[in-house]
Design a protein around this ligand. Structure first.
Ligand SMILES: [Ca+2]
Ligand SMILES: [Ca+2]
Length: 216
């Protein structure tokens, strides 16, 4: 039995009316660093639900962590340097997106949310040029920069109650800093959310297939 069929049966048997869904907000404390390899961050949820969230950034081709200066210079020059924005006084910054993957697991959450899911995650990181000099100074690298991002939750990818849910998740207004090793970053007041919808049932999937067949 493939996973598509498994999911449809779960919906039909366990949620005959409409599958549970909705929006859930939660907080977390993540620890990690882009300066080590793998470039990963992970931690436990602190409010809204119990569970964990984490992500790893694709550091293929980046300089080895044994040379911290070369590693940071590569990251800055590759993802941020060309994106300098000094158009808003008081908010000079560089923005960059880095490919990665997330994992999300709710171990104790409202009905409909308990389970795990993983997938692609490409966060946007905003580096703040606090003294507005066009240089990303050490005090700015080690200070409060911002990371935001959204990810997709697909049908039949997750486990538990998330297997038959689809939707979006996000990481909202989290601080991130980039101290050189051996220091690592702690994000003590991070937060995120998921917005879930039921996956199409077997009947809906069949109907859609029939509709598409009419136009072939
Ligand atoms: Ca600066
Ligand atoms: Ca400066």
């Amino acid at each position: 039995m493939n996973k598509v069929i498994a999911c449809a049966i779960v919906i039909t048997v366990a949620f005959p009316v409409s599958a549970l869904a909705g929006m859930l907000f939660f907080g977390w404390e993540l620890t990690g660093t882009i300066m080590d390899s793998p470039a990963e961050y992970s931690g436990a949820m602190t409010w809204g639900a119990s569970g964990s969230f984490g992500f790893v950034l694709d550091d293929t081709g980046w300089p080895d962590p044994s040379n911290q200066v070369a590693r940071w210079d590569h990251i800055f020059n590759t993802y941020f340097a060309v994106n300098y924005d000094n158009s808003t006084p008081g908010a000079y910054n560089w923005k960059g997106e880095i490919d990665g993957w997330y994992t999300l697991e709710f171990t104790s959450a409202p009905p409909g949310f308990n389970g795990s899911v993983a997938g692609e995650f490409r966060p946007e990181i905003t580096l703040r040029d606090i003294d507005e000099d066009g240089i990303f100074d050490p005090f700015e690298r080690e200070g409060e920069n911002l990371i935001n991002g959204s990810f997709t939750i697909l049908c039949n990818v997750g486990t538990g109650e998330l297997e038959c849910q689809r939707g979006t998740g996000s990481m909202q207004n989290n601080y991130i800093s980039f101290p050189y090793l051996p220091a690592t970053d702690v994000m003590p007041n991070g937060s995120g959310s998921v917005n879930l919808f039921a996956c199409p049932s077997a009947n809906e999937a069949t109907s859609w297939g029939n509709i598409k067949a009419l136009y072939r």
